[in-house]
Design a protein around this ligand. Structure first.
Ligand SMILES: [Fe+2]
Ligand SMILES: [Fe+2]
Length: 126
């Protein structure tokens, strides 16, 4: 396998691990296992720094304006995907998934609006 392909897979698995370790840290915290929770949180931050490095090595990070334009497209897609996912979850009677897709849909909309605002301020300066 080519190095770039391996780095793409590594980036994806490091990114997944961040969320998993954070979720597990939260669980340990809820169980009162504070030392374990703190350790799992530290691992999540290590995985985040690995993912950050691979994102840079893979050329996923450009200048800030380009980054924002790219992520705006991503947030708009995420908004559409969450709206669709909420409908599917509702039709299948998965209430927990439906509620969380609805909540995260609102977050994606906020992200979209926030990035749009920053971009229009940047454009005023041009
Ligand atoms: Fe890692
Ligand atoms: Fe988002």
């Amino acid at each position: 396998m080519q190095t770039i392909e391996i780095m793409e897979k590594t980036f994806d698995s490091e990114s997944n691990d961040i969320a998993l370790y954070l979720a597990m840290s939260k669980k340990a915290d809820e169980e009162g296992q504070l030392e374990i929770a703190a350790y799992l949180f530290d691992i999540a931050m290590d995985e985040a720094s690995h993912a950050v490095q691979f994102a840079s090595l893979l050329g996923k990070v450009k200048d800030t304006k380009t980054n924002l334009v790219n992520m705006l497209a991503g947030e708009m897609q995420a908004e559409k995907d969450k709206a669709h996912a909420a409908k599917v979850a509702f039709s299948e009677g998965n209430d927990d998934a439906f509620k969380f897709f609805e909540k995260s849909l609102k977050d994606e909309t906020k992200h979209k609006e926030g990035i749009k605002k920053i971009l229009s301020k940047l454009q005023e300066k041009d």
